[in-house]
Design a protein around this ligand. Structure first.
Ligand code: DX5
Ligand code: ZN
Length: 221
């Protein structure tokens, strides 16, 4: 399998000094910046938009930025995020009237495209779009807030998606988001995930490198 990617969610970062905090987590060994966009409509919380993504690029952040769009409607924001430096853009199928069109819009703007599944969202949305996806993101909490507990049946869903990805023969990342910690990352990887979002587990600790090192040690076992 390809390398495991650790993607700290900046939802739990210090927004008053975001550039510095993101630079620090990357210097501590993170691979990808997970950027949670919430609109107080699709999810009951409000966060950040393309201007903040651009500000991170202007600050000198060169790592991939994984923009997780929890917004409805979704299409209007895609060109703006692509322009602001997004590398990956993922969205929830319930937030798009035309799944295939939204995926194509992301790719036409030069970004990798991903579909996000809430804990109770069925996998049938994958049926006719697998050939276009770069990332499948399984939510292991209900979206909207950091610091929630991992929902255990996500592991069965992860195994099912891993089978589908392997059957497709395509190089699709399988990303898990919500409640990922040092003490469960190994079983999430064993179920087939290869990209791990962790917000509170990393940013709520004083030593980011110590947490990321512990996660890598778990993944190496
Ligand atoms: C939740 C967000 C997550 C969240 C993860 O809606 O999509 O990315 O920040 O936070 P933790 O790791 O604290 O569960
Ligand atoms: Zn997220």
């Amino acid at each position: 399998m390809t390398k495991h990617l650790i993607a700290p969610s900046i939802l739990s970062a210090d927004f008053a000094r975001l550039g510095e905090d993101v630079a620090q987590v990357l210097a501590s060994g993170a691979d990808v910046v997970h950027f949670d966009v919430m609109d107080n409509h699709y999810v009951p919380n409000l966060t950040i938009g393309p201007m903040v993504c651009q500000a991170l690029r202007d600050y000198g952040i060169t790592a991939p930025i994984d923009v997780h769009l929890m917004v409805k409607p979704v299409d209007r924001l895609i060109p703006d995020f692509a322009k602001a430096g997004a590398s990956i853009i993922t969205f929830h199928p319930e937030a798009s009237e035309h799944l295939d069109r939204t995926i194509q819009l992301i790719k036409d703007h030069g970004c990798q495209a991903g579909l996000v599944f809430n804990p109770a969202t069925p996998l049938h949305y994958l049926d006719y779009v697998m050939d276009k996806l770069d990332v499948i993101l399984l939510m292991s909490v209900n979206p909207g807030f950091g610091g929630q507990s991992f929902i255990p049946n996500t592991l069965d869903k992860t195994r099912e998606v891993r089978k589908r990805i392997d059957a497709s023969g395509r190089d699709i990342r399988l990303e898990i988001d919500g409640g990922v910690k040092v003490d469960n990352i190994r079983e999430i990887a064993a179920a087939g995930a290869d990209m791990f979002v962790a917000g509170s587990a990393i940013f709520n600790q004083p030593d980011y490198k110590a947490v990321i090192d512990q996660m890598r040690a778990e993944l190496a076992q």
